[in-house]
Design a protein around this ligand. Structure first.
Ligand SMILES: NC(=O)c1ccc[n+]([C@@H]2O[C@H](COP(=O)([O-])OP(=O)(O)OC[C@H]3O[C@@H](n4cnc5c(N)ncnc54)[C@H](OP(=O)(O)O)[C@@H]3O)[C@@H](O)[C@H]2O)c1
Length: 252
């Protein structure tokens, strides 16, 4: 039996990039996957189609996170598909945006938006999901390797992710009595749309990024998804409150 057979997983920001890879992997492990997205309906449909083509089960859930009413919209869409009593066994906070600027260039709007999508949404989606997460559930949050280095070019972005380290530590302690584990996966530079502007098509940037990883290449979304799958599985039952580095041994 696949390890997540009979479980339901909600993956935020699963239409593209790392979230899509996570959705595909959790579905391959047997989960029914709710593929959340904000805008790109076609990409979400592609993710669902890729999963069903391989015999998995998934459905799209449109809800833009980080805006007023986001949690209500997300769970209303989920309820329409599953019913309001359906459990969420695995919750993956993946939706995220960059705030690429030094402090002098970060406006209050950029700062608030970064925290709204990357941090606030994870907090309040969790708060809502807890009522329907069975004992033994799993919460995995995609943070970033930049929380352990000085990253002035993305100071506000790093802060949005650093706050999630505190979130995960406290929540793991709080939910331990229910057997729910709470962990982070911290990727390095991964080839996704979020980096398209500076990485793809720039051979020098690509080479430099690859050289930063001990393993000598730019990461793929599946490199991160496989770590998430481990944390979602029973094999990781004794791991909680942890941040797993998935940077390929990178100094970023
Ligand atoms: N790629 C990297 O190098 C890297 C490194 C470290 C950490 N991370 C983190 O990994 C996560 C995924 O990044 P990625 O590189 O896969 O990004 P991506 O390729 O830009 O994909 C982002 C995904 O999140 C969704 N999304 C964006 N804003 C959203 C919102 N407000 N509400 C709901 N969904 C939203 C997008 O949906 P739509 O298609 O509808 O827009 C898309 O599915 C992020 O948290 C990011 O910070 C990435």
């Amino acid at each position: 039996m696949a390890s997540l057979e009979g479980k339901t997983a909600l993956v935020t920001g699963a239409s593209r990039g790392i979230g899509r890879a996570v959705a595909e992997r959790l579905a391959a492990d047997g989960a029914l996957v709710a593929v959340n997205y904000a805008r790109d309906e076609a990409a979400a449909a592609e993710t669902v189609a890729a999963i069903t083509k391989k015999g998995g089960r998934a459905f799209p859930v449109r809800a833009e996170l980080g805006v007023p009413g986001d949690v209500d919209a997300l769970f209303a869409a989920l309820d329409r598909e599953l019913g309001s009593d359906a459990p969420v066994d695995v919750l993956v906070h993946n939706a995220g945006i960059n705030v690429s600027a030094v402090i002098e260039d970060v406006t209050p709007e950029m700062y608030d938006r970064g925290f709204a999508v990357n941090t606030r949404a994870a907090f309040f989606v969790t708060r809502r999901a807890l009522a329907r997460m069975p004992d033994g559930g799993r919460i995995v949050t995609i943070t970033s390797g930049v929380t352990r280095i000085a990253f002035p070019e993305g100071i506000a972005y790093a802060m949005t992710k650093g706050a999630l380290d505190s979130f995960t530590l406290a929540l793991a302690k709080h939910l331990g009595p229910r057997g729910i584990t709470v962990n982070n996966v911290a990727p390095g530079i991964i080839d996704t749309d979020i980096n398209a502007g500076w990485l793809r098509g720039d051979a020098d940037a690509w080479r430099a990024s690859a050289a930063r990883a001990a393993l000598g290449r730019v990461g793929e979304p599946s490199d991160v998804a496989d770590v998430v799958a481990f944390l979602a599985s029973d094999d990781a039952r004794w791991v909680t409150g942890a941040t797993i580095d998935a940077t390929g041994g990178s100094d970023l």
